[in-house]
Write a protein that binds this ligand. Sequence first.
Ligand code: FES
Ligand SMILES: [Fe+2]
Length: 391
Amino acid sequence: MVSKPEIPVQRLPREAYVSEEWLEREKKELFSKSWVFAGVVMDFPESGDYCTVQVGHHSLIVIKDGEGELKAYHNICRHRGTELLEGKGNSGRFIMCPYHNWVYDLGGGLRELPAAKACFPDMDKKGVSLLPASVGIFENLVFVNPEGGANFNSWLSGLDQIAWPHNIASDALEESPEDIIYELQCNWKVFAENALDGYHLAYLHKETLGGPLHDKNIWEAFGQHLVWWSTEREGVKHRIPQFVEKSSKGSGLKTVKGAEMPGYGGVYVLFPTTFITPNPWGFTVSTLEPLDANTTLMKVRNWAPKGWLSYSFRAKDIPGYDKASGLIKSSHWTKHPLETGDFQTEDIWVCEKMQRALQSPHHSVIFLAKGSGGEAALDFFQQRILDLMPL
Ligand code: FES
Ligand SMILES: [Fe+2]
């Protein structure tokens, strides 16, 4: 359980949530060493299948090599540094830079270059390869880290012992046909800390999650990560609020096999930017990507029992859908957030309210609610940031 310190305190200054200089420091000192969700193993069925991921200042490539292994590289040509790949796709057996056609194999080694003898008479190709980043796989989720040789198991810190029963690679589950992308008018940490706040559940989400109260939910730490449980049922660790369980009864929602039993967590916050909610009706991975100090993209991928996609997210059904951009934005809400019946919309509403208030030099946080089901998890999260970038 998140128990230290006894009385949680706000450790980050106001600037951490509003200043571009602070975000710049985060990019250099935090994100350059962070494991970030890149996709799932099913995104890479064939060799040459790739995706690109932006992690702070780092543009990274995750690609399946000829042996069926996932590899991660910096998306930088070793000639004059052009970005090699964009978006996602299949590169074939090689990665070719579009500028002067240098060709790399999927293991990252430089294989060919035009006019090699004439233009680079002294070059030893063997010594030239793409800069390695690191890749790790956990429960079919693929993570990347800009640092080569980063230790994925040490980052997992025992999470593999308490993972969910959902197998997203199995035939029993299928992914929604579209990613949902929110453009949030708040700092990424404002949204992250809201997700870690066990004190607000019974109040802001009175009509949607209906709790639990501060003493009926807990966050437990695993390394840098935090996992949430409801303890409303005589202390048994459960993954959904009792109110939600009750209101879902008779809804006819199809459940994921094995996901009804208690034990595994309801929310996994994988430090710093990955949020996983495995529930009896599906499985969701959300990631936060700061656009600037005051704006964040949240990308959501969702899985549900096969044949049950009517349950899963559709962007157009979400409050704030902007047809022109395809993004979900508060500027496109058509009714009051508290009337949507959607707890995510309720969260976005308060996070954006907090971000506006944070612009004032009078903004301060003096009190945080005690207890791991209060606001102690915010203190814990802020400490993990300060571990990497001390004040
Ligand atoms: S920059 Fe890539 S081949 Fe020249
Ligand atoms: Fe919330």
